[in-house]
Design a protein around this ligand. Sequence first.
Ligand code: ACM
Length: 268
Amino acid sequence: MQLTLIQNQPRLGAVESNLEAARSIIEHIDFDLLLLPELFATGYFFSDETQARQLSEPVPSGPTTQFLIDQAKAKGAYICGGLAERDGAQLYNTAILVGPEGLMGRYRKLHLFYEEKHWFAPGDRPPKVYQLGNARVGMMICFDWRYPEVARILTLQGAQIILHPANLVQPYCQDAMVTRCLENGVFAATANRIGTDMRADSTSLAFTGRSQVVNPWGEILDRAPDAEPAIVTVDIDPARADEKYVTEHNHLMHDRRPEHYGLICGTK
Ligand code: ACM
């Protein structure tokens, strides 16, 4: 499977030109599965709830969703990317998965970062796994990396590839994802952005690039630079993530002892 990531530099609030920039890249690349960053068409660092609401869209009728569906149809392939979802009065930081037949699924970010809490509601559904041809994929978004439960619950549902749209601002995630892959025996693709979102009041947030794909043995198959737009393309065999024996006596999943992990599943 050809897995491709776009590391972009959206302009805050400029949805049309950000989508146009994505279109001009997608036109010229081949992939079976394409991953775009979190909030790839809106930018990230909204000023307030009003701006977040203006830039949000219903799924699947909104412009970013329709754009991705059009691209997936044109390419006969699958695409995952992030957007601000509006559902009634609520806004969610959402990743969608689309294919040639249209919308396949959505994941609403469970663990909100920083001022996102001022406008987004935390995800209200458990992460799910989707079958794409012969591959099984799950989604998590950016700061979810700090919560190993997300990658684990996807793995326990059979995910072979974790799709991880991101807008990373702290320096630790790319290396931490190596551990997520090792502890779960899965592939993980992190599509991050670069550049800085600047608000009218001059407060800003800078993003760290280094989009990457890591294999189930914690090897970084490819990693983009930290400050340039990039396209990362790797060829992977998703079935390699089904090999959970790490020695002939140790199966990553069968050796778990959930009867001793009760506290992790507690509500407090
Ligand atoms: C983040 O969750 N966008 C840092």
